[in-house]
Design a protein around this ligand. Structure first.
Ligand code: SF4
Length: 265
């Protein structure tokens, strides 16, 4: 792949959840980001998520009051949410959802907490880092919260999981992954894993499940083994993802070619 000797770089990596899942989304994008270290362009959806995260973080750090949250969201949206805009309807929906969330904002009940908690940890012989949105401590127990822009609903409890159930499980896997960091940092595992689906106003809680925790650690090590053994970083081209989420499409020869073809067809 070009003239970069990438194997030693991969072997020496400090891994994160997103570094593993980015490979599943597109191996070529992973190569551009983590081997070539090319900068991502701003994209509306990720920028919106970062903006909302930053406001929640500033509230918990005591820099914004509850009353200031919707005002800050409304006045800074235009400058803080970067990247080309999707359709007007989508933008308006995202603004309304954000306003609704911050107008009705309720802090989590706990004795103490940490926000955007950075933890370096290990699984097997691999090094990892994570940044956890919210770690809450209540009555001697620990709970984790991840803020997500995805519009989620409560789990269906059907025998055959729905697409939405699968999406929730995928997000919970991230929290099980973070649980390995929590165990090493605080000497105990969390009792609850929570997803704050702030655009739909749904708060999903899952009691910690040790089997899922062990599965997740195995999953992380197996995915890394897969990445370490690749010879080619093929693209997984998907029109919406390449255009709206990747952020590296201006460096991606596959996407540049695809756009050229569309222009001439
Ligand atoms: S533009 Fe598409 S194919 Fe290219 S790196 Fe990004 S996700 Fe992969």
């Amino acid at each position: 792949m070009g003239d970069i000797i990438y194997r030693p770089l991969i072997e020496d990596m400090t891994w994160s959840y997103s570094r593993i899942t980015a490979f599943e989304q597109c191996p070529h994008g992973w190569y551009l980001r983590y081997i070539r270290r090319l900068p991502k362009d701003d994209r509306f959806y990720s920028s919106y998520g970062s903006f909302v995260h930053s406001l929640i973080e500033r509230y918990y750090r005591g820099e914004l009051s509850k009353e200031q949250l919707p005002v800050e969201f409304a006045t800074k949206f235009a400058t803080e949410v970067k990247g080309f805009r999707p359709s007007n309807n989508v933008v308006v929906k995202y603004i309304n959802d954000g306003m609704n969330y911050f107008t009705n904002f309720e802090p989590y009940e706990c004795d103490s907490f940490e926000v955007e908690k950075e933890i370096y940890f290990t699984i097997g012989d691999k090094r990892f880092v994570c940044y956890i949105d919210f770690v809450g401590f209540k009555d001697g127990e620990i709970f984790l919260v991840d803020h997500k822009s995805a519009e989620l609903k409560e789990k269906s409890k059907r025998a055959k999981p729905t697409a939405s159930d699968k999406k929730i499980d995928e997000i919970l896997r991230q929290l099980y992954f973070y649980s390995a960091a929590i165990e090493q940092e605080y000497g105990k595992l969390p009792s609850k894993l929570c997803i704050n689906s702030y655009r739909s106003g749904v708060f999903i809680e899952e009691e910690f499940d040790n089997e899922k925790f062990e599965d997740t650690k195995r999953w992380a090590l197996e995915r890394i083994e897969d990445i370490e053994s690749v010879d080619e970083f093929f693209p997984f081209q998907d029109f919406f993802f390449c255009k709206n989420l990747c952020g590296l499409n201006n460096f991606c020869t596959y996407d540049i070619e695809a756009r050229e073809e569309r222009r001439h067809s």
